[in-house]
Design a binder for this molecule. Structure first.
Ligand SMILES: Nc1ncnc2c1ncn2[C@@H]1O[C@H](COP(=O)(O)OP(=O)(O)OP(=O)(O)O)[C@@H](O)[C@H]1O
Ligand SMILES: [Mg+2]
Length: 286
């Protein structure tokens, strides 16, 4: 059984220390700032997932993501990255273990309904409505605020239209507002899925390879948009990312999965590309 560890840039393993974050203005009796551990946005403990009778897609996975943290999941194809996000969204049941998002267990339909609006999800296949326009797809991000009947009738408040246009602007596809989603290129579809998530303004964003198919310039533009939303909303971001450099530079923490197991978790700022690539490939520390 593989055991997850923290690994620093020199390859030294250690227990996982929480990142120190200063509390909201707290001071001790001597006037020194008090360190307050922030709340967890995501807590997974000893999670196992199996599809049918096949080998487990996830085994013994533990993950703790603080509120406001940016966390990347990396790993080879088939290592369980998408499965991990689906578990958090309540789309795939666990065989064993506990999962909570925003302090609520993810195991029942009721919790799932409560959490739906607060957790944005960009699936690997994007989940767009092909026969709807770009603007209509972006507006789907605000369904939980507007209600189903008003949205069926297209009665979105002016502020929601503005939010949708701003999100399409931020991802560079506002000129395609009237185009049907199925008429978009792969990269444009990806940018639309990101726009929809920005309109939702979720507390947690789960994004599965949301930058793939984007050229470097567009990927940078989209990351800037996400960075802005992250700062403005204090959003927690958990993203599956195949570009290791983006994973370690954009995110505070990086978790490496291999064959369904979490093999390590590192600080993005304390690891270089070569070491992260070795961890990804399963090359043992020298
Ligand atoms: N619906 C399913 N039914 C059966 N097996 C599945 C299903 N979904 C995923 N799997 C299997 O579970 C394992 C993990 O899949 P998952 O999609 O989580 O991997 P991944 O790390 O996201 O891969 P990729 O980088 O290729 O997207 C794989 O072996 C995959 O074949
Ligand atoms: Mg995947």
């Amino acid at each position: 059984m593989k055991v997850a560890t923290d690994i620093d840039s020199a390859g030294r393993a250690s227990a996982s220390p929480p990142l120190p974050v200063l509390g909201q203005g707290g001071r001790d009796a001597g006037g020194a700032p008090v360190t307050v551990p922030p709340c967890s946005a995501i807590e997974m403990c000893d999670v196992w997932v199996r599809y049918g009778k096949s080998a487990p897609a996830l085994q013994q996975v533990c993950l703790n993501v603080r509120q406001g943290e940016r966390h990347a999941i990396v790993g080879p194809s088939g290592s369980g990255k998408s499965t991990l996000l689906k578990v958090l969204k309540g789309l795939v049941p666990t065989e064993h273990g506990t999962v909570a998002t925003l302090g609520t267990p993810v195991n029942g339909k009721r919790a799932h309904r409560q959490l739906r609006a607060r957790i944005g999800y960009i699936p690997q296949n994007l989940g767009l409505v092909s026969s709807a326009t770009v603007l209509q797809n972006a507006l789907m991000g605000c369904l939980h605020r507007v209600g189903e009947i008003r949205s069926w009738l297209g009665l979105f408040p002016e502020a929601e239209y503005r939010a949708a246009h701003e999100a399409l602007e931020a991802t560079g596809i506002s000129h395609l507002s009237d185009r049907l989603a199925h008429q978009l290129s792969g990269g444009e579809r990806r940018r639309l899925a990101i726009s929809r998530a920005l309109v939702q303004r979720p507390e947690i964003l789960l994004a599965d390879e949301f930058l793939s198919e984007l050229d470097d310039v567009t990927a940078e533009q989209v990351l800037r948009g996400l960075d802005k939303a992250h700062r403005e909303l204090g959003m927690t971001v958990l993203m599956v990312e195949h570009d290791l450099q983006v994973a370690r530079t954009f995110c505070d923490r990086v978790t490496v999965l291999r064959e369904g197991c979490k093999v390590c978790e590192v600080n993005g700022s304390e690891i270089d590309d070569t070491r992260l690539r070795d961890l990804f490939r399963g090359v043992a520390a020298a």
